[in-house]
Design a protein around this ligand. Structure first.
Ligand code: UDP
Ligand code: MG
Length: 144
């Protein structure tokens, strides 16, 4: 079980735009340099069905259909990251959702293409972090 990691883990996705542009390693380097430990990692692809499920909270938004299409448009890297205050610290590291507003040096500032194609995902709460980790990984794929 990963429940005992509550507050110490977050789920990240290197999105299809960043994978296509060859940013996997520069992004992972920045993440590790910021003090996060990788406890699970995989390259995978979302079907439209699983992208719909993953982003269910946004299903009534105008951008939803396009987001689902984008997130299932190519390979992604999903990663479980461990650090004290992982969720909050990681959101700082990636920057604002809209790269136009992302602070200089943040991952979205450096590698995002647009508001939709913003290079990377980070969980928004400790509870969602656990839920999202278990969306991509089974317990035996997570190495503490
Ligand atoms: N998104 C979009 N248009 C918007 C808002 C969000 O295309 O107006 C996309 C973007 O890829 C974002 C994802 O939907 O990362 C999820 O949105 P959320 O508000 O949860 O932002 P995040 O938590 O990723 O910063
Ligand atoms: Mg979000």
């Amino acid at each position: 079980m990963i429940d005992h990691m509550f507050g110490k883990i977050t789920l990240s996705i290197i999105k299809p735009d960043a994978v296509k542009k060859g940013y996997i390693f520069p992004i992972l380097y920045k993440i590790i340099h910021a003090g996060f430990h990788i406890i699970a990692l995989k390259m995978t692809e979302l079907s439209k069905k699983s992208a719909t499920k993953f982003y269910a909270e946004h299903e009534r938004k105008l951008f939803f259909e396009s987001l689902v299409k984008f997130m299932s448009s190519g390979p992604i890297i999903s990663v479980i990251l461990e650090k004290e205050n992982a969720v909050k610290d990681f959101r700082v590291l990636i920057g604002e959702t809209n790269p136009v507003y992302a602070k200089k040096g943040t991952i979205r500032n450096l590698y995002a293409t647009s508001l939709e194609k913003n290079a990377i995902h980070g969980s928004d709460s400790n509870q969602n972090a656990i839920k999202e980790c278990l969306f991509y990984f089974s317990n035996r794929e997570i190495f503490f």
